[in-house]
Design a protein around this ligand. Sequence first.
Ligand code: ISJ
Length: 367
Amino acid sequence: MTEETVSGDQHLLELRNRIDRIDGEIARLISERAGCALEVAEVKKATGEDALYYRPEREAQVLRRAMERNSGPLTDEEMARLFREIMSACLALEEPVKVAYLGPEGTFTQQATLKHFGNSAQSRPLAAIDEVFREVEAGAVNYGVVPVENSTEGVINHTLDNFMNSNLSICGEVELRIHHHLMISDVTRPKSITRIYSHAQSLAQCRKWLDAHYPNVERVAVSSNADAAKRVKGEWNAAAIAGDMAAELYGLKVLSEKIEDRPDNSTRFLIIGTQQVPSSGDDKTSLMVSMRNEPGALHDLLEPFRRYNIDLTRVETRPSQSGNWTYVFFIDFKGHRDTSGIAEALKEIGACASDLKVLGSYPRGVL
Ligand SMILES: C=C(O[C@@H]1C=C(C(=O)O)C=C[C@H]1O)C(=O)O
């Protein structure tokens, strides 16, 4: 052995000893933190039956602080993800949070659920967006996670329409970068692919790539990406477009990575529940408004936003379910309903609208 390797080995040993010591400290601090969370639970329990254990506004603040405080070498996102998991475990000690999401397992909505609640939440896949709403309304789960818009393909109508017949609120949002891959099973012959399965939204998000690489291959829309991945197992002439989780879950091989047409392709998901969330300091508010069907109605609706200098982030129109050619507007803007300016604007809009429902004020997605 040369002198160099001896000193290299020695250095490695010292570094590992240091890491062991640091791990000991981290473990002690995490236990101390978990003990605090248990005490918090006692304080919350004293408020009675409806004690709210999961506090979206507080969690957003903890994550933002973790990012602000970070000075590297880990990225801010990586640091926040670690804190996300610590909080998830602490919350589970207080009370395990139950979450339903649009399934099946392996979908991007499952990935969004994990990103938002961490691995200690108890999550359950359901077959349809309506079912997620229903289970939260029935109290079978505490929260639901549903997709609401995609940066390439636009709004998910089904989610918006569900709010028309529901009393649920929006308690949070989470954004997910969507990377699609073309995947095959171990029996697929890559040169003989005649059929590609995926969800219609995903096929649309990869349209140009498919036109360029598989122009004459049949595109088959199925109920989810996970379903597409499942079908490919055992089909020698088929491929699927889906995400990492589906590839892993069904043991598929990725043939082409990141085939989405737009590199910034992302989907926004909503956390639905029954809770009214206090301000986190950086929030968004979502409204559902119906207007009288008369000239200038849309102008009257939007005017207070300009006057109170409120930053609109989205306006969607959906046919109302109460009559032909009448519409419901879904409006998102920056800020919390309880802050001055916004509270006044909402009062004025309420006075000129035939119906106004604040779907919720909630922390802007952190991760
Ligand atoms: C500890 C609390 O309860 C939960 C756990 C949190 C945490 O671990 O930091 C934060 C918010 C709550 O979801 C709290 O409300 O402060």
